[in-house]
Design a protein around this ligand. Structure first.
Ligand code: NAI
Length: 456
């Protein structure tokens, strides 16, 4: 069949773009080889948040005495949590399929491979022995968990001891000793869940801090919170071997090992560009990812790419927006992708929410900046609801333009609160303009208003 647009990959970039394109009247084919909803919905964002919510309820039940509430006999049934996760995922996948249908998008659940260009400028895509053509392509093939070439890693994976995010979210046993290699986003979220449900968790991280590019003050507070909860952090450690009962690492010139009955490898993801047929039309790659411009165009005419496959931000919400930018440009509406106000959240407890420049990136870029740092205790509601909470909020201000360019907080609901800072940065609001915004009182988010009034 001939379409106006063929989209390869039905994750957040692909399914959202397909709906937008379908609504706009483009005859659209969406091809997904594994599961509609992609990694985010099936083995990432949503499943992990479902697990973390159960852990949060369990933690509340066990540690509520300080709020005058005693709960006896609280239990968590990990198997039931995993079963519920399956139901949540199914419900959302059905919702996406209904949305695609309502937008008149054709969905094929099979592998699609690009197979060259025709004389009329259309592109071929082979699916289950059939060839479909379209004037435009949108590549949204996502990313995969990187398995490091560390001796023993592949064997430990084959033995079912080592896992990536995909397998761990389906694991029904509670490991007694879980070793997490990589203290980034996935590592910390899974460390949080398994710590809550009773595993002895060790995080082995190559850098001298957890949380990757997270503001260093926040990363330290996060680590301290989890050390108190019993997680063992081994930082500045290089993993040299993965065995089926331990992880071996080098730290300060010494070789040591930590016992493990399960191992999570969470050391980053790589763009999925192999086996897609990109070479058949000459799509340019850089370090394995598709090169895109501000309009989400690749180097090939009428071929766009959005989501993890371009390796730019690797977040579902970035993918949504990139897909929309691509579709708008296809439709002749000029739309430009901006990356300066994309929020990032680590859904631990407390949560970490960040947007824009950190002190480190502002310094790197030579921006003349100032910083305001306030404890979350500036918020009455935070104190009322977070006994002993040690959260902070940091604002980064561009002194030249008197604008907010970064906001970083560690506190529960940071994932929701950070949105107000996203809007301020996206709208390039000046500090004096932000001062006029009224926040609800009492709310945890009003701490942003408090901090804004401290900008000199
Ligand atoms: P990541 O890039 O966040 O963290 C990987 C960590 O592994 C880094 O701290 C790195 O220094 C460390 N590392 C690398 N090689 C190592 C080695 N050999 N030994 C020890 N440590 C090593 O990657 P992660 O956690 O796997 O997440 C993958 C992607 O998924 C990220 O792009 C992330 O943004 C996305 N994601 C986002 C979530 C969210 O928004 N809440 C949740 C989960 C994933």
């Amino acid at each position: 069949m001939n379409y106006d647009l063929i989209i390869l990959g039905g994750g957040p970039a692909g399914y959202n773009a397909a709906e937008r394109a379908g609504h706009a009247g483009l005859n659209t084919l969406l091809i997904e080889k594994r599961a509609v909803g992609g990694v985010c919905l099936n083995e990432g964002c949503i499943p992990s948040k479902t697990l973390l919510n159960s852990a949060k309820m369990y933690d509340h039940a066990r540690h509520s005495e300080k709020y005058g509430v005693t709960t006896e006999g609280a239990k968590i049934d990990h198997k039931a949590v995993i079963e519920r996760k399956g139901r949540v995922v199914n419900q959302l996948v059905s919702g996406i399929k209904a949305g695609l249908k309502a937008s008149k998008v054709t969905l094929i659940e099979a592998e699609g491979i690009i197979d060259g260009k025709n004389a009329d400028g259309s592109y071929n895509v082979k699916v289950s022995g059939e060839t479909h053509t379209a004037q435009r392509l949108l590549i949204c093939t996502g990313s995969y968990a990187f398995v490091p070439p560390i001796p023993g890693a592949k064997e430990a994976m084959a033995a079912g001891v080592a896992m990536t995010n995909r397998e761990i979210l389906d694991m029904t046993v509670v490991p007694s000793d879980l070793v997490i290699v990589g203290g980034g986003v996935i590592g910390m979220e899974m460390a949080s869940y398994f710590n809550s449900i009773g595993s002895k968790v060790t995080v082995v991280e190559m850098l001298d801090h957890i949380g990757g590019p997270t503001d260093i003050d926040l990363a330290k507070i996060l680590q301290k919170n989890y050390e108190k909860k019993g997680i063992n952090f081994v930082l500045g450690a290089k993993v040299t071997e993965v065995k089926t009962d331990s992880v071996v690492y080098e730290k300060d010139g010494k070789t040591e090992a930590v016992k493990a009955d399960k191992i999570l490898l969470s050391i980053g993801r790589r763009a999925s560009t192999q086996g897609v047929g990109l070479e058949s039309i000459g799509v340019q790659l850089e370090r394995g990812a598709v090169v895109t411009d501000r309009f989400m165009k690749t180097n090939v005419a009428n071929v766009y790419a959005a989501g993890d496959v371009n390796g730019k931000s690797m977040l579902a919400h970035t993918a949504y927006r990139e897909g929309e930018v691509a579709v708008n440009n296809m439709l002749g509406k000029k739309d430009v992708m901006r990356y300066n106000a994309i929020p990032a959240v680590i859904y631990t407890s407390p949560e970490v929410g960040s947007v824009g420049e950190t002190e480190a990136t502002a310094k790197e870029k030579g921006i003349d900046y100032s910083v305001v740092k306030v404890p979350m205790q500036y918020s009455g509601r935070y104190i009322a609801e977070n006994e002993g909470g040690d959260g902070i909020l940091k604002l980064v201000i561009d002194k030249k333009y008197n604008r907010l360019i970064g906001c970083h907080m560690i506190a529960n609901y940071a994932s929701e609160i950070i949105v107000s800072a996203v809007e301020m940065i996206e709208a390039q609001m000046r500090i004096d303009e932000i001062k006029e915004i009224v926040f609800p009182h009492p709310s945890v988010g009003e701490v942003i208003r408090e901090a804004i009034f401290q900008v000199k």
